[in-house]
Design a protein around this ligand. Structure first.
Ligand SMILES: NC(=O)c1ccc[n+]([C@@H]2O[C@H](COP(=O)([O-])OP(=O)(O)OC[C@H]3O[C@@H](n4cnc5c(N)ncnc54)[C@H](O)[C@@H]3O)[C@@H](O)[C@H]2O)c1
Ligand SMILES: O=C(O)[C@H](O)CO
Length: 330
């Protein structure tokens, strides 16, 4: 029996490719990064499975891929899936939850610590030779904000939110507030966390961490009125998606001193434009969307995605089908 044809839009670890080759006829993008949109669309005529981490997987793409049955994303976020178009065509969509929770949570704590203790700013200061006698420096020039025992507000208390909570509460003795679509009694008990309305969370937190998925409901979720409610001494951390924030409102809140600083792994446009004012701000720590970027975690994500793809193509129920498309496998 012939193997199903799949296309892989970025380089994946050898052992994941070897596993896929046992079950599928694989073609993998061999350039750097990912193919252009046109380049990708031109590859799809015979393809039954797509392994990717970007999109959009929309009506235009589906029209160019008449045999496509499964799109397996090497990511937990799947805002690049047009789930309505996929459902209408019966295309299964899968993702990779759980395997990256700890790695992303480590990064969020890093952003909190780096922004509050001004690590990149003061690293630059030292390397530029500005730490010297006679410069008139005082202790206060280096003061930051304590992370330990501060109040953390997590918006979007899901899998990654919980991993952040564990580190913050058990490691840093932080007080935890959270806002979520629904209450989580076990989380409250485990971390002495308090569920509260968004406004109260914003007003009381020293660190506000945004960890919701990007959905129509969370698009531009953090706006001017929300930054206005935050403490002037507070930090805003975003590792969800850039479009969950009104970036212009964030820029103004930072410029006006409405909030003290920010730690950002994600941006409205990625890669972030070089003239984005956020890149000029010493009180903002910026990263190139690296929440899950360790070799071990990316390997686990790619292998999880490969199993999802192989199972779905073989007519078995994959481990992680995105919720909007679960009816296709039940
Ligand atoms: N920066 C990165 O590299 C990186 C890595 C992994 C995940 N992410 C992002 O993080 C997101 C969360 O991942 P997860 O695995 O924790 O997902 P999850 O589904 O386990 O948790 C998300 C939580 O957000 C809540 N939520 C959704 N809409 C909400 C709303 N309108 N108001 C309040 N709460 C709301 C949900 O109830 C859920 O508890 C992903 O969808 C992805 O966009 C980013
Ligand atoms: O959603 C995810 O898994 C990360 O953002 C990587 O894309």
């Amino acid at each position: 029996m012939s193997k199903p044809k799949i296309y892989i839009t970025k380089k994946i670890p050898d052992e994941v490719l070897a596993f896929l080759e046992q079950h599928c006829e694989c073609r993998m993008w061999d350039g750097r990064g990912t193919p252009s949109r046109e380049g990708l669309l031109g590859q799809l005529a015979e393809v039954e499975g797509l392994l990717t981490s970007s999109g959009p997987i929309d009506g235009e793409l589906l029209a160019r891929a008449p045999k496509l049955r499964v799109v397996s994303s090497i990511s937990v976020g799947y805002n690049h899936f047009d789930t309505e178009a996929m459902k209408a065509r019966g295309v299964i969509g899968t993702n990779t939850p759980y395997v990256l929770d700890d790695t992303v949570a480590d990064l969020v704590l890093s952003l909190m610590l780096a922004s509050a203790r001004r690590i990149p700013e003061l690293d630059h200061f030292v390397k530029q030779g500005m730490w010297k006698k006679g410069a008139g420096l005082t202790d206060e020039d280096f003061f930051g904000l304590d992370v330990h025992h501060a109040t953390l507000g997590i918006i979007g208390m899901g899998r990654i939110g919980e991993a952040i909570a564990k580190r913050a509460v058990h490691g840093f003795d932080m007080k935890l507030l959270y806002h979520n679509r629904s209450r989580r009694p076990e989380t409250e008990e485990r971390f002495h966390a308090r569920f509260c309305g968004l406004e109260e969370l914003l007003e009381q937190s020293d660190f506000v961490v945004l960890m919701t998925p990007l959905t129509p409901e969370t698009q531009r979720f953090m706006r001017k009125e929300h930054f206005d409610r935050m403490k002037r001494s507070a930090f805003f951390i975003n590792a969800s998606r850039g479009q969950t924030v009104d970036e212009q409102a964030l820029i103004e809140a930072l410029q006006n001193g409405t909030i003290r600083g920010a730690g950002l792994d994600v941006f409205d446009t990625e890669p972030v434009q070089p003239d984005n004012p956020l890149l000029q701000m010493p009180n903002v720590v910026t990263l190139p969307h690296i929440g899950s970027a360790t070799a071990k975690t990316r390997l686990d994500m790619a292998m999880t995605a490969a199993h999802n793809l192989v199972d779905a193509l073989a007519g078995r129920k994959p481990q992680y089908v995105v919720s909007e498309l679960r009816s296709l496998v039940e």
